[in-house]
Structures are given as C-alpha cells and as structure tokens.
Ligand binder design. Sequence first.
Ligand code: AMP
Length: 622
Amino acid sequence: MAKVSINLATGSIQKEDIIVGIDLGTTNSLVAFIDPDKNPRVINDAGKGVLVPSVVHFGPTGDITVGNEAKEFLISDPQNTIFSVKRLLGRSYADVKDYQNFFSYKVIDDDTESLVKIKVGDKFYTPIELSGLILKELKERAEHALKTNVTRAVITVPAYFNDSQRQATRDAGKLAGLDVLRIVNEPTAASLAYGLGLNPEETKTIAVYDLGGGTFDVSILQIQNGIFEVLSTNGDTFLGGDDFDRAIADYWIEKNNIDKTELANNRELTQALRLKAEEAKKALSHQSLFNEKLCEIWCTLDRETFEKLILPKVQQTIASCQNALKDAKLTVADIDEVVMVGGSTRTDLVKKMVSDFFGRDVHNELNPDEVVALGAAVQADVLAGNRSDILLLDVTPLSLGIETMGGLMDTIIPRNSKIPTKAGRQYTTSKDGQVNMKIAVYQGERDLIKENRKLAEFELKGIPAMPAGFPKVDINFILNADGILKIQAIELRSGVKQEVEVKPAYGITDDLVEQMLMDSITNAKDDVSARMLIEAKTEAEQMIYTVERFLEKNGQLLSEQETNDTKQYTETLKAALSSGDKDLIHAKIDELNNLTRPFAERVMDVAIATAMKGKSIEGGTE
Ligand code: AMP
C-alpha cells in the first residue's frame, strides 16, 4: 500500500510522494510507478497513450506542445519541431557535426568546444531545456493520473552514457522540477523489470539486447549479491527499425521503377512510403504477406523477402553481441538470461537470431517498449526503501585522467573501473615559485590528450611559492554511483585545496566511445612512441630549466671549468631536443645528469633532485 500520513496542522490526509521511474527515450518516453499491489505499471493519463513521443514543438505564438501533438508537426513544421534531442544531450557541436543533416532543425553553437544549442525562431534552447520540457510533460501526466504530487524520479540512460550526458539528464530532471534520485542504466532497469537481481542470493550474467527505432545497443550485466555490474556494452547509435523501413521502401522503389531523384523532391510521398513500409513490417510479424497499393505504387512484400532485406542489419547486431561478449571476456555459454528491449525486437527474425546466437529462449514476455520504465519504477521502489537493499553498480566506459606535461594523458580512473570509485595521484609543480596549477580533466584511451575528450579545466590557486618539485598536490577523482565525476585537488604542504564538480563541457556518442577504443588499439604503437618521445623531451626541458636555475643561483660554487662544461652539455641536450630521437635525448640527459649530480649534492639543493624525478603538471599563470 502507498503510505498515508495525516498532516497534524490541517488534519488533512496526505499521500506520500510517489517516486516514479522514467524512460527518457530517443523516440518515445514514458513513466511508470509501483501500484498499491506492488506491481510496476506504466501510466496512461486520460487515455492519451503510454508512449509520449520525445518531440517538442514551438508554435508561432510561443506555445509549446510535447508528445503526440508535437509529432504532428514533424512534417508540416520541421524547423520548429524538435525530435531525437537525446542524441544531443551533453554533447558538443564537434560531436554531432557529422550527422547535422539528420536534424531538420537548427543545431548550432558559438565555439566547437561548448555544448550544442538549438535555434528555434530567434530563441536558443539547450538539449537540457528541451529534455526538461519532455520530463515536465511526463511529470504532469503522472500527477494527473495518480492525483498526487510527483517530485522524485529515477531516470534511465543508456549504459554507454558518459558523465556529461548523465549530468545533463539530471539537470533536465531538475528543470522539470524533479529530484532525480538515481540515474539508472537502461539494461539494468530492463533486467529489474523481469525481477532479475531482486534476490540477493542470485548470481547471474545477463545480456540485454535493445533494438529501438533508431538506435541499437547490447549490454552484458552481471548480478551478484544484489549488485548489478555492467561488464561491457556495444552497439550502433544509427541502427534500428527505421533501417528496416528504409530497406522495405527502397525495395518497393526499385520494384516499381520509381525515379529516385523525382521522389527526393516529393517529401510527402517519401514519408507516405516510409509509413507504409513500417506498416508492412509490423504486419509481417503476424502474417506472411503484405499487399497494398499507395498512389499507383504496389507495396507488396512477403515475409521471406522482408527477412532477406533486413538480414544484414540484424547480422550487424549479432556481431555487436559477439563484441560485447568478447569485451566482457565471456562466451555465450556464460549467459544465463537474455532480455529483449525496444519495439524492433518484435520482429520475428530479430527474436530468432538473438535466441539462436545465445542458444536460449529470450525474455520478451513484457512489452519491449515499456520494460525499461517498468524497471525504473522497481528501482524507485527500492530507493523508497520498500525492497531489500539492492545496490546498482556500473563501470565507467572510458578512462578518466588529467593532462600532464607535454600534453600527455595521465589516467587516474581506468576504463571499465567499477563505480562508485575513488582514485588519486600526487603531482608537483614544474617551475620555481609556481603559485597556480592548471588541472585539465580528460576522458579517453589515447596517450595524447589532444586525441581525448576534455571534460573540465580549473586552476588550483594560492599554492605558496616554493621551488619547483616541492609542492605536493594530491588530485583525487571521485566517481559517484550516478557516474558523476568530482575532482579534488589539495596541496599538502599548505593545505590549499579546490574541489570541482565536472561541468560537462563535452558530450560523447556511444559509437564514438567504440571508435575511441578502436583508435587506441590501432594507434597503440604510434601512441606509445609519441608518449615516450614527449616524456623524454619533458624530462630534458625540466632538466635544462633546473640546471639553468641552478647556475643562476649557485654558479659561484662551481669552478669556471665546471660552469663551462655544464653550459656546453646543456646546449648539446637542447640540440638533441629538436632531433626527435628519444634515445639521443635520453643519452644527453644522462650525460648532463652525471656531470651535475655532484654539484647538486654539493649545495644540498634537494629541489633539483625532487624536480628531476616524478611527473609535473605544466604551470598555470604565476
Ligand atoms: P522504440 O524506439 O523502442 O519505441 O521502437 C520503435 C521501433 O519499433 C520502430 O522502428 C517501430 O517500427 C518498431 N516496431 C513497433 N512495433 C513493431 C512490430 N510489431 N514489429 C516490428 N517492429 C515494430
């Protein structure tokens, strides 16, 4: 039963806030809750339908509509009708420019490093605001249907969503007036909807196959002692049921000898064909032949031809399943359960091929469009304290680290680390008297930060002036259960500290994650040699800096010969620097080191010894 309490001041009965579960989808969104009989249920407010199209329309008088009503404008008013906003959440223009044509509305930004904005008329909206409007609609529908306030929610996101995308989702919730108690991975929610993971004694490995209208992903999860862990994810953000529709439409275009260039100018016919194709696809789930006419075009399709048309796409998803297993270091024999999510898993061939691949029956008893929201409601119930303690554990899909000298990536939390997690490392300054330290946070697998993605940058200010290498700066990364990253920097000698919550400056796509992983493998050799050269150069530069400072400060302690030798060796090292030959650089470092070590010892200048070893971060403003 829902808890009921009495407001002593007014004597009125108050129903306790219900925590809802929200599936904020690319195409459709929906909200679910746990009914008084403890069953998860989707909300269908006043018969408006369960699925709320994730579409926002801006009318000429400033009126905003969301959902089915807004969807009507997709064809008649495309510039003012925003769809697929989830693809833009927490993302920069640089991330989306390659598929700018996909959007019928204007996606813009001022500089390529900032988050995208959408221009509607003369107004600018962020994807967070637009998602906020969708969430607000869901909240209102839930409140109307449940006749109570809804202020707390669990929202699901794809397992591959990065920190900034998760943060953006949280912010969208906040804008909608929702306290987002937890961001939960969609595959985790889908498993929960099937009751998987609710028994703390259970240990299981689950494959969650999610094929929607425009996106596909597969996740391998492990549940142990009520703890969910994402072992791996794989997929394609531009693969889904829409591709099936397109394949059917193309087939009819060819069969009916329709001129493609002519068709390209006829938006309405193109759209009508696409809709007819979708109708045929759905019909072929329960009949073997589809035969209709659309403006003199024969739209005929039998199941065998349909399956031939879509086979390559379905095979692509199976290849992803293979990759996901490989990444999780598992085989099909290790999979105990397969959960189907997304409308396109209703297609027989999809069901059959997934079932054949995993060698077992798949879970498709629940509505594949609703299963994620239902699971989110289960999670909400857990958080409300109505179920035994279940902890949801995820992994971070990409490594997190900071920039060190020479533009190198120094990984602090490696990819696939279980979250929540905390990790840290100690750094020092590179210049005498350096009072500020720039800390730039990156995400990615490459050795050079320029190949990775920047998440944040800040300065630790007020470090007391000390010789280079003296300050001890601890940098800690704290990734919380939602995958939000906090960075703490503290200079241990002085206690100066700074804590920063990563402001999502960047977003990332799931296929980009895959691309980044692939790139890191294909470029591994070049990356390693580049890293080694940079490390050698950095060490040399650091050494030259230290030696020159040494000569300035302590030159009087050296004989003329020693001073001349030192200068000459330093010049040789400088010349080696430009050679690009790391071995030569190392050789010259060694020579200079051997020459100067006794001098350093002579003046007991520990600063030199400290500065010569260990990594240091490039100085900020001094
Ligand atoms: P989703 O994004 O999960 O809502 O999935 C939407 C996709 O599921 C669209 O491509 C629909 O055409 C597809 N879909 C819905 N019903 C069926 C069906 N009965 N058979 C095949 N595909 C379907």
